[in-house]
Design a protein around this ligand. Sequence first.
Ligand code: NAD
Ligand code: 89V
Length: 344
Amino acid sequence: MARLKGALIGCGFFAVNQLHAWRMIDAVEIVAICDRDPARLAAVGDSFGIARRYADAAALLSAERLDFVDVATTVASHRALVEMAAAARIPVICQKPIAPTYADARAMVEACEAAGVPLMIHENFRWQSPIRAVRAAIDAGRIGTPFFGRVSFRSAYDVFAGQPYLAEGERFIIEDLGIHILDIARYLFGDATSVTARTRRINPRIRGEDVATMLLDHASGVTSVVDCSYASRLEEELFPQTLVEVDGSAGTIRLERDYRLVVTTADGSTVTDAAPPVLPFAAKPWHVIQESVYRIEAHWADCLASGREPDTSGRDNLKTFALVEAAYLGARTGRPVALSEVTA
Ligand code: NAD
Ligand code: 89V
C-alpha cells in the first residue's frame, strides 16, 4: 500500500519529537517541511534528511501533493494554517492549544467540517501508557463506580528554558499544561458540566499564572480536582509525570510517582509498574510524552486509512478547550462557571 505523504509546518522545540515519531510509522512518509525561520528549517531538514523545504505554508500546500499536514507551530498561527489546509482539502493535525479563543477554535472545526477535511488536535497526554493503564483499571470495574478523581501535575521544572515564549503570554499554565490535565480528566471521568477555578502567579519573572486549582463536575457524577503548578519544588522533581487518584464505590486507583499503579479493593491492593517504554529516539524524563506522540500519530494514520474520526478530533477538543476558557473565567470572577456559558 502507498505510504501517506505528510508535511510538517513549524520546525521548533517540539516538532523534532513529531518527526522522530513519524519515522517509526511505516504507513507515513514526511515529504516536506516548512518554517518561516530559515535556520530552523535548515537544521531540521538536514537532521531528518528532508530536502523539500518551504518558508511559507501557502507555497507548501500549493506545491506538494499531500495526504495530510501536521501543524507544529505556536498557537497564534493555528487558525490561519488549519483554515488554509481546509481550503486546500488536506486533512490536518494541529498542536494544542487549538486556538487562542473558543470562537477561533469553533471556526477552525467548522471550516474543516464544511470542507469534509479530518482535523485532529495533537492532544497527546491521554495517549501516555500510564494514563491508559488508569483508564483500563476503571473500565475493568474492580473499583465499582467512580465518584471522585484527582489529576495532578506539580513541578518546579524550568520549562521556560526550552520554550521561552511560555513566560511571555498573559495565559500560561492552564492554556499550555492544564489543557492536557483537563483533557485527561475528561478522558477518565467523561465530559464536565461546570468548573470552579483559582489561579496564582508565584514566579515573578513570568507574565501568566503558574498555579491553577480546578474543581470539575462531570456529567457521570464524578467530582474531580485538577491541579497544576510550575511553582512546586519537591524532594524528587517529577516532571512531566501526571499523578491520578480515583475513588470508586468498591475501591480506589492511584497512579503514583514513578508510574506505580495501585488498585485497592476489599480483597487488598494490586501494584503494577505502569512505566512507559523509552522509545529509541526518547530520553528521560520526556519519554512519557515522546511515547504519547508516537501513539497519537499512529492513531492518526489508522484513522486516515479507515475513515474513522480521531479520538481527539477538533470537535472533541472543543470540549477540552471549553474547560480552559471556563477555568479562566472562573478564576477571574471567583464563581463556578457552567460550560454552556463559554460555548454559547
Ligand atoms: P517553537 O516556538 O519552538 O516552534 C514553533 C516553530 O513554528 C518556530 O520555529 C516558528 O518559526 C514556526 N512558525 C510559527 N508560525 C509559523 C508560520 N505561520 N509558518 C511557518 N512556521 C511558523 O514552539 P514549540 O515549543 O515547538 O511549540 C509548538 C506547539 O507545540 C505549541 O502549540 C505548543 O503548545 C505545542 N507543544 C506541545 C507539546 C505536547 O506535548 N503536545 C509539547 C511542547 C509544545
Ligand atoms: O506539553 C506541552 O505543551 C509542554 C510542556 C509539557 C512542557 O508543558 O509545553
